[in-house]
Write a protein that binds this ligand. Structure first.
Ligand SMILES: CCCCCCCCCCCCCCCC(=O)[C@@H](N)CO
Length: 282
């Protein structure tokens, strides 16, 4: 947890900011916590606020991806993903929310994923946990109208981190193949892009991948737009049904290629039990 200046309150805090800079280097405080446990998150926020003062910007970026074919995933895995990726973000937001409203200042930033905008083979536990983060962010965005607390969300694609290396170990080849279409991003580039959007106070943060930026525009939904985005989206709207059909057809083609191998065990079991139709020929 690091304390950052709230872009919306820049002017108000400029004086304090200046005096902070005069006093010396930026202060950094950390306190590790398991975000799946609400009490631990509350304790971490309290400790951080005691050390540095009230939270101006909350960045909810704790998360992890557990990938695999739906039939290989234990029911517990779905609960774990919801607990970490969704409830983890919820707990952090909840822990700072009343304080931010009390001060009528603050910024809550959710780091979701491209997988909050679309579904993909191998992502049946992970994607819904990120869709849930989007749902929460959109609810809070609307609910916070009339206050000076604001909400933003980012939908980054694959980022080159230790977590990414770890998820590769269980990533179905179809998932890997489809993800190849979007370049692996460096954490620095993603973070810099996110901060640029934050400084502009936008709900939908910009994406460092052009393609995912397009997907963000196409799937932006019921949120307000700037005039410039309206014009761009209206144009894009003409082409997007075609673009989406082509991309989906590409993804479905990859999934079909793997079906015989992916479902071999289940189909064999069905046939052995005398229930199954023979697997469709390729
Ligand atoms: C205009 C439309 C273009 C659409 C192109 C879509 C291509 C799909 C790319 C999937 C990328 C996967 C990102 C997952 C990131 C993540 O959170 C992972 N680290 C978790 O596994």
């Amino acid at each position: 947890m690091a304390r950052q200046k709230n872009p919306q309150q820049q002017q108000q805090q400029q004086q304090q900011q200046n005096s902070n800079e005069q006093q010396g280097p930026q202060l950094v405080y950390y306190h590790s916590a398991d975000v799946t446990k609400y009490k631990q998150v509350v304790d971490a926020v309290q400790a951080a606020e005691a050390a540095l003062g009230p939270v101006d910007v909350l960045l909810c970026c704790a998360g992890m991806a557990e990938l695999g074919y739906f039939h290989d995933c234990e029911p517990d895995m779905f609960a774990r993903q919801m607990s970490l990726n969704y409830l983890g973000s919820l707990h952090a937001a909840k822990a700072v929310y009343d304080g931010m409203l009390g001060r009528n200042a603050g910024h809550i930033v959710f780091v979701a994923s491209t997988m909050a905008l679309m579904g993909l083979i191998g992502m049946s536990a992970y994607a819904p946990s990120k869709f849930a983060v989007r749902g929460l962010a959109e609810c809070l965005r609307n609910e916070l109208q009339g206050s000076k607390v604001c909400v933003s969300i980012a939908y980054p694609a694959d980022i080159n981190t230790p977590g990414y290396a770890k998820e590769a170990l269980t990533k179905p080849w179809e998932t890997a193949k489809v993800s190849e279409g979007v370049r692996l991003q460096s954490p620095e580039v993603v973070a810099a892009q996110l901060l640029r959007g934050l400084a502009r106070g936008e709900f939908l943060l910009p994406n460092s991948s052009f393609l995912i930026g397009l997907l963000q525009s196409i799937t932006a939904g019921l949120i307000p737009r700037r005039l410039a985005s309206l014009a761009w989206e209206a144009l894009l709207g003409l082409a997007s049904p075609l673009i989406c059909s082509l991309v989906a057809a590409e993804h479905d083609g990859v999934a079909r290629q793997g079906a015989a191998r992916r479902f071999a065990r289940l189909w064999a079991a069905g046939q052995a039990a005398g229930q199954g139709a023979p697997p469709p020929a390729e």
